[in-house]
Write a protein that binds this ligand. Structure first.
Ligand code: UTP
Length: 299
């Protein structure tokens, strides 16, 4: 099959308007998406993950107290001038990585839920499939999750949702799917045809322990569904409910991700992400290993 350019995934929606209550008090005044893993804000990891897959158009959903996200993806003329003047022009490339891509910002005036946040992007998305990345889910940069999901989308021409198997005790924190494994020689035992999605079920009502994580390839018809759903769990417009309704109209696939993911929207997950990603950086790796070894001896 020959794909037209319309079929390719070129755009990503990055919802970033949530309140970040799990990360209070800092999120009272600073966006969770701007929390740094050393020197890079969380949202930058999602952008780089997309860019590696040829996605360069971003629609970022922001809200109250989120202005710093827009500033981060803008040029800083004063800072550039100062770096040049003080002989630090080697840092220019680091502060301008965003210039590789295009960004549109939409304010979600009320954080009414992830389903509502994605619906806010509708005017910026044509009749095309697109990626959705939740910035607080950090996928190890060496993994190929998004590229694999795009590949699976191209095979089935249907929405693809990233999944991870979670312990029973964590099921009620996630959207959970029910479904059947599909024979797929390239992604053995990892592709599911989904037959139901439930937002944050109790363990006795959960259809499985395959949890939806923050990576999606969605098709344009999801918007019509999101316009029609009612508030669900927590009084929010849940994407999970929208996708469950979309199942009445089309197939949806799940892709079981077995690689490294960090829930950096959770305090302990953020600590894990910070340590793990620092250990991968050559300039910190050896010194950090030594530091941790010595440190644990004192506790
Ligand atoms: P979360 O469920 O993590 O909510 O949202 P949250 O508010 O960010 O964080 P907690 O749970 O209160 O600590 C999942 C994603 O959906 C976005 C969030 O920014 C996050 O990327 N979101 C959520 C919105 O953009 N708008 C909303 O109304 C809700």
């Amino acid at each position: 099959m020959v794909y037209t350019s319309k079929d390719m995934i070129k755009k990503a929606i990055l919802p970033a308007a949530g309140l970040g209550t799990r990360f209070l008090p800092v999120t009272k005044a600073s966006p969770k998406e701007m929390l740094p893993i050393v020197d890079k804000p969380l949202i930058q990891y999602s952008v780089e993950e997309c860019e590696k897959c040829g996605i360069n158009d971003f629609v970022i959903i922001t809200g109250k107290n989120k202005r710093s996200i827009e500033d981060y993806f803008d040029k800083s003329i004063e800072l550039e001038a100062s770096l040049i003047k003080t002989g630090k022009s080697d840092l220019l490339a680091e502060i301008n990585t965003h210039l590789n891509s295009n960004y549109a910002f939409i304010r979600q005036s009320d954080p009414l839920g992830l389903g509502h946040a994605i619906l806010c992007a509708k005017p910026f998305v044509d009749d095309e499939a697109f990626a959705v990345l939740l910035g607080d889910d950090i996928i190890d940069p060496d993994e190929t999750l998004l590229a694999d999901m795009i590949d699976i989308y191209e095979t089935y021409r249907a929405p693809v949702i990233a999944l991870q198997q979670v312990p029973d005790g964590e099921v009620s924190r996630y959207g959970i799917i029910g479904g059947d494994k599909v024979e797929d020689s390239r992604y053995a035992d990892s592709v599911f045809k989904i037959n139901t999605l439930v937002e944050k079920p109790s363990i006795d009502l959960a259809p499985s322990n395959y949890a939806v994580i923050g990576r999606y390839i969605l098709t344009n018809d999801v918007f019509e569904i999101l316009e029609s759903i009612r508030p669900g769990k927590g009084g929010e417009y849940q994407l999970t409910d929208g996708l469950n309704a979309l199942l009445q109209k089309r197939d949806i696939y799940g892709y079981l991700f077995r690689g490294k993911r960090y829930d950096a929207g959770d305090k302990f997950g953020f600590i894990q992400a910070t340590i793990s990603l620092c250990l991968k950086r050559p300039e910190f790796s050896e010194a950090l290993k030594e530091y941790i070894k010595d440190l644990v001896k004192t506790f």
